[in-house]
Design a protein around this ligand. Structure first.
Ligand code: SF4
Length: 74
């Protein structure tokens, strides 16, 4: 019998009610964490994190002083 483990894609989002907009995440990973031109808050696209950037996304989440970044795999 063959055992396989499928790793799901990673998704990430910023809680707009918690984000303070100091842009640590945006400076670290601007292709994932976009900065809203009016509010200055960070946000993400509703798409999976591109392969190879997962560790950087998780690091950005851990480094967010407000704990505003949530990530999950589906
Ligand atoms: S580091 Fe956290 S609080 Fe700061 S802009 Fe990014 S998501 Fe918002």
């Amino acid at each position: 019998m063959e055992a396989t483990t499928e790793v799901g894609k990673l998704y990430v989002e910023v809680d707009q009610s918690v984000c303070q907009g100091h842009a640590l995440c945006h400076r670290a990973l601007p292709e994932i964490f976009l900065s809203h031109p009016q509010t200055g808050l960070s946000y993400t696209e509703d798409t999976p994190v591109p392969e190879g950037l997962e560790d950087k996304v998780i690091a950005a989440a851990l480094n967010c002083p407000e704990r505003a970044i949530r990530y999950w795999a589906d």
